[in-house]
Write a protein that binds this ligand. Structure first.
Ligand code: PMP
Length: 415
């Protein structure tokens, strides 16, 4: 595993760790790249790039169907990555790990299979005001089809879920609570175990959108007690186009199939088809083999460093960045929850976030500006868009200083 040796010590040696990420050495408009768009996607370490390269150079073949050596190798690597993902989430069984394209596909899978089988007219689905469109639209499609209703848990002014309101929303018509683990805009880390407990008291199914959590906090699906947990590899230093839907085996076994095709069947005759066992029942067609292998390498990379150490480092960085940004004249942070991941969304008085993003780019600083696929949340915040700096394990205090200095340039331009 190509992890910088210094990263094995108790505090992160970020300077050495950065060597694992070749892309970070670039200059943008003549300035050193400061990459603060990690909530959108993370950069990839050499361990992941090497795994992809090695796979295509030496191991490429289709999985599961071949008797030849290369197919055996590809299958072994593909299966090993599933075991890695199981270990990463502390799932009880590798059959509970379904490969999907990412968080979005994982949630759509649940909505279209479990949802179509279990949600009917007049039923309710409880979401929250901070959900990403990926955790709203699939439920909306289902609600329209079935005559069901979506309810949303409101937020406190600091961007925390109103658990008292959640309690009031749960009733005998509630069939699912679908909630994000970490908000991609506010950074809020939601109290998932408490939410699951509240839902389970009433026998309600719980899905967690883990897209923004996995790179920043250790996840144990058994300890959380959720029924489904979805994440995307690209948010945790892995490739795009691959992710995981964790589902409790009993639920996955009972659910109807999703897409049909090769690899997901037991036996096929016209008019009579049986389906494969878990998890293959949900994995129709040639899968993203390289992606799964690359994701396995990414998860191994993160686990070797240790998510607790990553979280501790990012918390220090968050505290520093919060203090520095709060001192920028005219800057208002959106999202000041007590328990946050290292995501800082903000608005600058009288300057459109897109202008902030464009000016920062000239300084080599990559941030995101827009609605972040959270239009209901923007409505709640009363803004059309925010600027967002989101951090990962390779970001530094020096980079926070560059961001703050670059924000000074925005003031100069708009003075
Ligand atoms: N949920 C959240 C909270 C996200 O931040 C994102 C990605 N921005 C998604 C879901 C969707 O992830 P993907 O596009 O990788 O499917």
């Amino acid at each position: 595993m190509a992890i910088a040796a210094a990263a094995q010590h108790s505090t992160l040696d970020v300077k050495t760790l950065r060597e694992d990420f070749p892309i970070l050495k670039q200059r943008i408009h003549g300035k050193p790249l400061v990459y603060l768009d990690n909530s959108a996607t993370t950069q990839k370490p050499k361990a992941v790039l090497d795994a992809l390269h090695h796979y295509y150079f030496e191991q490429n073949a289709n999985v599961h169907r071949g008797v030849h050596t290369l197919s055996g190798r590809a299958t072994d690597l593909y299966d090993a990555a599933r075991i890695t993902a199981q270990r990463f989430l502390n799932a009880a069984d590798p059959r509970e790990i379904v490969y999907v394209r990412g968080t979005t596909e994982g949630i759509n899978l649940v909505a279209q299979t479990w949802g179509r089988a279990n949600i009917g007219k007049g039923d309710e689905m409880v979401l929250t005001e901070m959900e990403h469109h990926s955790n709203i639209v699939p439920w909306h499609i289902l609600a329209q089809e079935k005559g069901a209703r979506i309810r949303a848990v409101p937020l406190t002014p600091s961007g925390e879920l109103r658990l008292d309101e959640l309690e009031k929303l749960l009733n005998e018509r509630t069939k699912i609570v679908a909630v994000t683990h970490v908000s991609n805009v506010l950074g809020t880390v939601n109290p998932i175990a408490d939410i699951v407990r509240m839902a389970k008291k009433r026998g309600i199914t719980v899905l967690i959108d883990g897209a923004q959590a996995v790179a920043h906090t250790a996840v144990d699906v058994q300890a959380l007690g959720c029924d489904f947990y979805a994440f995307s590899a690209h948010k945790i230093f892995g490739p795009t186009g691959i992710g995981v839907l964790y589902g409790r085996a009993a639920l996955l076994e009972a659910m109807p199939v999703y897409q049909g095709g090769g690899g997901m069947i037991g036996r096929v005759a016209f008019g009579n088809i049986t389906y494969a066992d878990l998890p293959y029942k949900y994995e129709a067609g040639t899968p993203n083999i390289a992606g799964a292998i690359g994701m396995g390498a990414a998860l191994e990379y993160v686990m070797a460093i240790g998510l607790d150490r990553i979280a501790a480092y990012e918390q220090e960085l968050l505290a520093y960045a919060t203090q520095r940004l709060s001192a920028v004249p005219g800057l208002r942070l959106t999202g000041t929850a007590a328990h946050k991941a290292a995501v800082l969304s903000f608005v600058l008085e009288d300057v459109h976030p897109h202008d902030v993003g464009t000016i920062l780019d000239r300084e080599g600083v990559a941030i995101r500006a827009g609605h972040h696929c959270c239009q209901p949340l923007m409505g709640h915040l009363g803004v059309p868009a925010t600027a967002r700096a989101s951090f990962a394990l390779y970001n530094t205090r020096d980079e926070v200083d560059v961001l703050v200095k670059a924000l000074g340039k925005v003031h100069e331009v708009f003075a």
